[in-house]
Write a protein that binds this ligand. Structure first.
Ligand code: AMP
Length: 541
């Protein structure tokens, strides 16, 4: 175990209270993140601040630590007010304050948000909450009815300001800002800086310091972003194939409508995913339960609308699927920010139909990077995963199974009918499987929609060739590599990407292939099929 001084080394230079440094050590943070390194000194100086940083950058600690440092322990009035767009975020931010303030005696943090009773909130305020984290509507309600006294306010933080404005809270936020004393420190954190956020900042912040943490940098480091082009009618099947092939710990799927959350969740449940739908229709207590179940591993997939998913911070989420494209590029940034939490790696997939190319381009412009095109996972990969999941399901069912009873029944059945136990197990598996085929067949595998993009770019110094063997001929990449290496003498390491399609495949080979080698290849056969190799036009880089 590192001592506070050692592990909080990078934090030591800020001059933060030792109780806070201890909490940083408890949290196992070794170095301040970029937003913390920049924002903490400015906030400790008492400056107003406008910071562009998205979730996952450590922004909460960037404002929570200085706010806690400046707290008057003996003053039992709200000294810090944080406004958040959602209840989930309010709860999370309140938890973070509690964590960072764990070694500060008598610290009182209170989340206040709509959809939950007034009475406990009023009691919490009366008991002397020093840090209040709330959604704008409920904060206004308390201010109006005189239960939230802001006369001792030192700092006011607008967290995820762009989200707050996008959700229509501009009037509420303005109302609150107009009714707080001019001397309080005002801090604005936002993932993006649309004009409305700039206007708000121009009107209320005094000579603010500015901190910008490039979004794309944070993303590229931790979130691998993919694009899969599909036709609208094939989306569900594509989603299932992707989920089956990707070994994701927990997955968040974004859809456009409430109805779609229910439909997609039902479809996934029918494929044995532990899945739940989350939309504005789901009542608050249930929403919290769903998030808790996702966090604890009782659920693997949550299908949500943008509004319902805001502020979710679950480290297990390793894949975000944009099943329907987001309304704009900024929403995309918020969605993919649900993965890659706490410095972990994440993957984000955007399913887009050929008509949605423009939206894809807009996203690429804003994030400043091109999405990597994903091939639909091939049939063999999907089936491998199905087998694996089948075994996992059975092993996990063993945990809660009444083994003596069922083992006895199987024994009886076996003896009475002279049946091997495997056959009985097979019949049970078939019952469990129902009428759905267990394996994905090549016919079910979705063809790729035509796309102006190459499936994956041809590497430098390579050219792409077409060969006339495909799934239909039961070819595997190993057959192609084997034939090229053994029969034509091409070294394994100079054989590039291979893509197998229904009727044909492509293979990338070094540029400027000698004529005699090409002639040899023309005559090759793989899985008894003549390759009839030919160069694809425009394939060279
Ligand atoms: P946030 O951007 O505030 O949502 O924080 C994202 C995640 O990063 C949270 O799980 C924090 O606990 C974690 N975190 C914050 N600061 C640091 C740090 N300096 N080092 C490592 N992890 C951190």
């Amino acid at each position: 175990m590192l001592s506070a001084a050692e592990s909080a080394d990078g934090f030591g230079g800020f001059g933060l209270h030792p109780a806070l440094l201890q909490a940083v050590t408890d949290s196992k943070y070794c170095h301040p993140s970029p937003v913390q390194a920049q924002a903490i000194p400015l906030l400790l100086q008492g400056r107003d601040l406008i910071a562009q940083a998205q979730t996952g950058t450590g922004k909460t600690a960037a404002f929570a630590l200085p706010c806690l440092h400046n707290l008057e322990a003996d003053q039992h009035l709200p000294q810090v007010l944080v406004l958040t767009p959602t209840r989930e975020l309010a709860l999370q931010v309140a938890k973070s304050f509690e964590r960072y303030g764990a070694h500060m005696p008598r610290l009182r943090v209170l989340p206040i948000y709509g959809g939950s009773g007034f009475r406990p909130q009023i009691q919490g305020l009366r008991r002397g909450a020093q840090i209040v984290v709330g959604t704008p509507g409920r904060v206004m309600d308390h201010m109006r009815q005189g239960t939230l006294n802001l006369s001792g306010l030192r700092s006011l933080v607008l967290d995820e300001a762009d989200e707050m404005l996008r959700m229509g809270f501009i009037d509420d936020v303005t109302w609150i800002l107009e009714r707080t004393a001019q001397e309080r420190q005002l801090v604005l954190f936002s993932a993006t800086m649309p004009p409305e956020v700039r206007q708000l900042s121009g009107r209320f912040l005094h000579d603010p310091a500015e901190v910008t943490i490039a979004t794309s940098k944070a993303d590229t480091q931790r979130i691998h972003q993919w694009l899969l082009m599909v036709h609208a009618s094939q989306k569900r099947q594509a989603l299932i194939q992707v989920l089956e092939a990707e070994a994701s710990e927990a997955t968040m799927i974004f859809v456009r409508t409430k109805q779609a959350t229910v439909e997609v969740a039902a479809e996934l449940s029918s494929h044995a995913y532990r899945c739940a739908a989350l939309s504005g229709d789901v009542i608050q207590s249930q929403r919290e339960q769903v998030i808790e179940r996702l966090r604890s591993g009782q659920l693997d997939v949550v299908v949500a609308t943008d509004v319902a998913a805001r502020g979710i911070d679950v480290e297990r989420i390793t894949l975000v699927v944009n099943y329907d494209p987001p309304l704009d590029a900024e929403a995309y940034i918020h969605r993919i920010g649900r993965t890659g939490r706490a410095g972990r790696q994440g993957q984000a997939l955007l399913l887009a139909t050929p008509r949605e190319r423009r939206q894809v381009q807009a996203i690429e412009r804003v994030t400043g990077q091109r999405l990597e095109v994903m091939e639909l996972p091939d049939t063999a990969m999907v089936n491998d995963r199905r087998r694996q999941r089948f075994k996992e399901r059975i092993l996990s069912a063993l945990d809660g199974a009444d083994v003596p009873l069922f083992a006895q029944l199987v024994k009886e059945l076996s003896a009475e009918n002279n049946l091997p136990a495997e056959h009985i197990a097979a019949a049970l598996a078939q019952l469990m499987q129902g009428t759905q085929p267990f394996e994905l067949s090549h016919q079910d595998h979705l063809p790729r929609p035509s796309s102006r993009r190459q499936s994956r770019p041809v590497a430098a110094n390579m050219e792409r060739y077409r060969i006339e063997v495909g799934w239909k001929h039961k070819v595997k990449p190993g057959n192609i590599v084997g034939a090229l290496a053994n029969q034509a003498g091409i070294k394994g390491q100079s054989i590039g990407r291979i893509h197998i399609f229904d009727e044909h495949s492509t293979v990338d080979l070094p540029r400027n292939m000698p004529d005699d080698l090409f002639a040899t290849l023309r005559n090759l056969r793989v899985v008894s099929q003549p390759l009839r190799i030919r160069k694809l036009e425009g394939s060279a880089v």
